[in-house]
Design a protein around this ligand. Structure first.
Ligand SMILES: Cc1ncc(COP(=O)(O)O)c(C=O)c1O
Length: 364
């Protein structure tokens, strides 16, 4: 069987380092907001080249607290891609703000061409998602945001280490939001996330919000939450960060092999934007016969996933927004046709070859 992802294989590659890091944190006697967190935050800020990193409990918290710290709430609108994972939208609606969906481009990212038409007097921010690990057209999105005086909240949950024109995702916007869910390019061994920003006031606000709204113990300036990245995960993430670029290169090598090896009229391979360094968190192919392809691959012993079968505007939780089938046809077509092939750090070469062979013998 070809696994879709094997976290065990990823872990085994660096297990002595992970075990040392976890033991160091466990033996320290300090488990919340200690030196491991400070060290990771400093290292991730240095890696990204922005001034501040604030560690949190999850990528969803990163988005929710970023929106909150920017003062975005009821009556405000935030532009989000219509084909994203639900968390990008939840970060907006958790604050009582309204998501305004915009269709994706041919690279599965927010279509910069269509953003301006969605801006109203209520718009406060644009929330591009570097979906599947490929950067959005950030220079264009930045100039639109600047022209209209909007914040940019980057969802980098899938794009750690991805660059466009040499610049890292997360460093273009007002604030960059990361998930460290275990399968992500930089993954913990549990839930966690972070924001990065070059704005010290904004960083300080998120830092307070994650800790009950408190900067000084038992003094609460804001009505905050508990979203603190714990010491064990912070220690684990230092190991992951050391190997992030190497892991991204590992997946890129698999992607190159898929791109040269897969030859099928029934499957469209993903394209990369000019100037983009894709990190292939997901290797997304399209097929009008997606469900048959998925079944065929499973019959051949290859596990796949769909990212994502139902776009946010058609989810029951957002019925109140009043959208229906046909509201965002590009996103709906992606939801119908997308299939994610296995790609992960530690994936054996023979599994990669087995995937190529299985896709190439697909017929309808
Ligand atoms: C695009 C995107 N945004 C946000 C999130 C939320 O991250 P988390 O699972 O850490 O809350 C995810 C992760 O699953 C994601 O894929």
């Amino acid at each position: 069987m070809v696994d879709f992802v094997s976290l065990k294989r990823q872990f085994d590659r660096y297990s002595p380092e992970y075990e040392d890091a976890a033991l160091r944190a466990m033996r320290s006697g300090w488990y919340i907001m200690g030196n491991e967190l400070k060290t990771f935050e400093t290292q991730f800020a240095q890696y990204t080249g922005v001034g501040y990193c604030v560690g949190l409990n999850s990528g969803l918290d990163a988005l929710t607290l970023a929106v909150r710290a920017l003062g975005i709430g009821p009556g405000d609108e935030v532009i989000v891609p219509a084909n994203t994972y639900i968390a990008s939208v939840l970060g907006v609606t958790e604050n009582g703000a309204t998501p305004v969906f915009v269709e994706p481009d041919e690279f599965f990212c927010l279509d910069a061409e269509k953003v301006e038409a969605a801006i109203t007097h209520r718009t406060k921010a644009i929330l591009p998602v570097h979906l599947y690990g490929q950067p959005c057209e950030m220079e264009r999105i930045c100039s639109i945001a600047e022209k209209h005086g909007l914040y940019i909240i980057e969802d980098c949950a899938q794009s750690h280490g991805a660059r466009i024109n040499g610049r890292l995702t997360g460093t273009f916007g007002t604030i960059g939001c990361f998930s460290f869910y275990p399968t992500k390019p930089l993954g913990a061994l549990g839930d966690s996330g972070a924001v990065i920003t070059s704005d010290p006031v904004l960083a300080d606000k998120v830092r307070k919000l994650r800790n009950y709204g408190s900067g000084v113990k038992y003094v609460n300036e804001l009505a905050g939450v508990n979203s603190r990245l714990d010491e064990v995960q912070a220690a684990i993430l230092q190991v992951g960060l050391r190997h992030l670029d190497e892991g991204n290169e590992y997946r890129r090598r698999i992607a190159r092999r898929y791109l040269e090896g897969i030859r099928s009229d029934l499957v469209t391979l993903p394209d990369t934007r000019l100037g983009a360094e894709h990190v292939y968190h997901v290797f997304a192919v399209l097929s009008e016969h997606r469900d048959e392809l998925q079944k065929h691959l499973l019959d051949k012993g290859v596990k796949t996933l769909i990212h994502y079968p139902i776009p946010p505007h058609l989810q029951e939780c957002y019925a109140r927004l009043g959208y229906s089938r046909g509201s965002f046809p590009v996103s709906e077509t992606y939801a119908q046709n997308e299939l994610s092939l296995p790609i992960y750090v530690g994936m054996p070469d023979e599994d990669v070859e087995a995937v190529i062979e299985a896709v190439n013998c697909f017929s309808v």
